[in-house]
Design a protein around this ligand. Structure first.
Ligand SMILES: *Cc1c(COP(=O)(O)O)cnc(C)c1O
Length: 222
């Protein structure tokens, strides 16, 4: 069996310079994360609040943690309160965004987030549709945020072998990002496009992804 370090090296080596690798470590022990860390990886992502809260103190302080799972409103304070989450990628409602903003303001921090888009047909039901996202930004509601920085968009393609469909899903996410940027010329630092997983990240990069979220290809199956 290949080591975490050698698989990490193979994945990292396959990425263009401008694409950041987010290593998805959910369901894998701190020991596996440590192996990837020792091989040079610094950005890790988890999908459950309990799990990330338990792992953070066991691992080095210069890890940049991303949260990528569905965030229940009653867990917002536990997550933001760690003050260690570099990016919450999975903001899937305006209400969740408001709660994150309030928690971050109370902590005296600025929380960076991505808005999760829903374009895949048969996959997760979480996320704003492209039209809902555009409406959220054109309404100017994001101006009321005091302690949250929306850095871009996250999304997933349909889980299918149909390459044209996957490419179209990624293109739809990228196009929504461009439309938001055009509709909101005063938006700042809105430049992250987080899309692509182990099985489809090359297609995501072709569509303009800046961050790929890769678990299985680095850590093995969960
Ligand atoms: C689990 C997960 C990933 C990683 O998926 P792999 O197929 O293991 O690479 C990426 N993004 C999200 C949102 C996930 O939940």
């Amino acid at each position: 069996m290949q080591s975490v370090a050698s698989r990490l090296e193979a994945v990292a080596g396959s990425l263009p310079q401008h694409v950041s690798l987010v290593a998805v470590s959910k369901f894998h022990p701190a020991e596996a994360i440590r192996q990837a860390y020792d091989a040079g990886q610094r950005i890790f992502a988890e999908s459950r609040v309990q799990e990330i809260v338990a792992k953070i103190p066991q691992l080095p302080a210069d890890i940049r943690w991303h949260f990528i799972g569905h965030l229940q409103t009653n867990k917002v304070r536990a997550l933001v309160g760690t003050r260690r989450i570099d990016l919450i990628e999975s903001v899937d409602s305006a209400r969740l965004l408001d709660l994150i903003d309030r928690a971050a303001a109370d902590e005296g921090i600025v929380q960076k987030v991505l808005i999760q888009l829903h374009v895949a047909k048969e996959e997760t039901k979480f996320g704003l549709t492209p039209d809902e996202a555009l409406e959220f930004f054109t309404s100017g509601r994001w101006h009321t945020l005091r302690a949250t920085h929306i850095c871009g968009l996250m999304g997933m393609a349909s889980n299918t072998d149909d390459r044209a469909r996957v490419a179209a899903d990624f293109e739809s996410i990228a196009e929504t990002g461009r439309r938001i940027a055009a509709a909101c010329p005063d938006i700042r630092g809105f430049d992250i496009l987080s899309m692509g997983m182990s099985h489809d990240y090359m297609a995501a990069i072709e569509a303009g992804s800046t961050h790929v979220r890769i678990g299985t290809a680095i850590f093995g199956s969960r």
